[in-house]
Design a protein around this ligand. Structure first.
Ligand code: C2E
Ligand code: MG
Ligand code: MG
Ligand code: MG
Length: 278
């Protein structure tokens, strides 16, 4: 997207029209500032993880998703939607992503020692991070450093990440499976039109995107899509979880259709580790 804008800026520049230039410059400046700030924030430990509870088939909170936030000294709490894309563009996602996994594993250990152990915690891994040649080794190392068994960690990947280099993905997912780390396809249903990757890849779980859950049970199209995903997951022997569950009616619909795991404001918002109750 940025490349296209840049191209248009150059083109129009050649024609003597500089309409795109100021905003392009502004965008570039803002990115550069943010890049510097993210680097600084990593050093000064301004990033925090919040944990959102997940209910499993037993109907209890047994797991969580770790979600990053940036506690900016001047601008307050910044959402990942704002800085993750820049971290991805600038490769800062590599140290940032590693920190997320380390911090999650550290927290799992803390809860274990406090006798309020959690089953597992899911972390979001961006495409660039997953594409790193030593990604699986990194996971293995972090788990070993934290003395955790591999089943305590779940890796959330988007459809876009897994299909971008299928051979590499197959290899990494097999290695993760051998290690015992489960993988979940985040935002399932919005990313990619072909489903053939589902039979090729050793995936553990599909996470139904919240956009399909939002208008349940009234929206008939969403109802059909969600029911179809649930049935497909079952047939493929994949675990299925719904995100963005906000109402009791949504829970009832999902349970009726056979999706017993879910996460959303109905159960709890993402909170700092100290406030997390399971
Ligand atoms: P995601 O992984 O799909 O996470 C779900 C998002 O939905 C989270 O937004 C969560 O706070 C929000 N959410 C949860 N329950 C509800 C609900 O009931 N209703 C509504 N309306 N929203 C709900 P958040 O925390 O702002 O994160 C946004 C996205 O940023 C995440 O989407 C994920 O793609 C990315 N992200 C977050 N943390 C990390 C991270 O550590 N690394 C990477 N690479 N990406 C991250
Ligand atoms: Mg996620
Ligand atoms: Mg999601
Ligand atoms: Mg999402």
């Amino acid at each position: 997207q940025a490349d296209t804008a840049m191209y248009r800026a150059k083109e129009s520049g050649r024609n003597g029209i500089s309409f795109y230039r100021p905003s392009m410059q502004e965008t570039a400046d803002r990115r550069l500032t943010l890049e510097k700030e993210i680097r600084q924030a990593l050093k000064e430990q301004q990033f925090v993880l919040h944990y959102q509870p997940q209910v499993d088939d037993s109907g209890r909170v047994v797991s969580a998703e770790a979600l990053i936030r940036w506690q900016h000294p001047q601008r307050g709490m910044i959402s990942p939607a704002e800085f993750i894309p820049i971290a991805e563009d600038t490769r800062l996602i590599l140290p940032l992503g590693e920190w997320v996994i380390r911090e999650t594993c550290r927290q799992i250990g803390v809860w274990d020692r406090e006798n309020r152990a959690i089953g597992h915690v899911a972390v979001n891994v961006s495409s660039r991070q997953f594409r790193q040649p030593d990604f699986v080794e990194q996971i293995e190392r972090i788990l070993a450093d934290a003395s955790l068994s591999a089943d305590r960690l779940v890796i959330e990947l988007t459809e876009g990440s897994v299909i971008s280099n299928i051979d590499d993905t197959v290899r990494k997912m097999r290695d993760l499976q051998t290690l015992g780390v489960k993988t979940s396809i985040d935002d399932f249903g919005i990313g990619y039109s072909s489903l053939s990757y589902l039979k090729t890849l050793p995936i553990s779980q599909l996470k139904i995107d919240q956009s399909f859950v939002k208008d349940l049970p009234e929206d008939q199209n969403d109802a059909v899509i969600v029911e179809t995903i649930i049935n497909m997951a079952k047939s493929l022997r994949l675990h299925v979880i719904a995100e963005g569950v906000e109402t009791e009616e949504q829970v009832r619909f999902l349970r009726e259709k056979g999706c017993l795991s879910y996460q959303g404001y109905h159960i709890g918002r993402p909170v700092p580790a100290a406030d997390f109750r399971n």
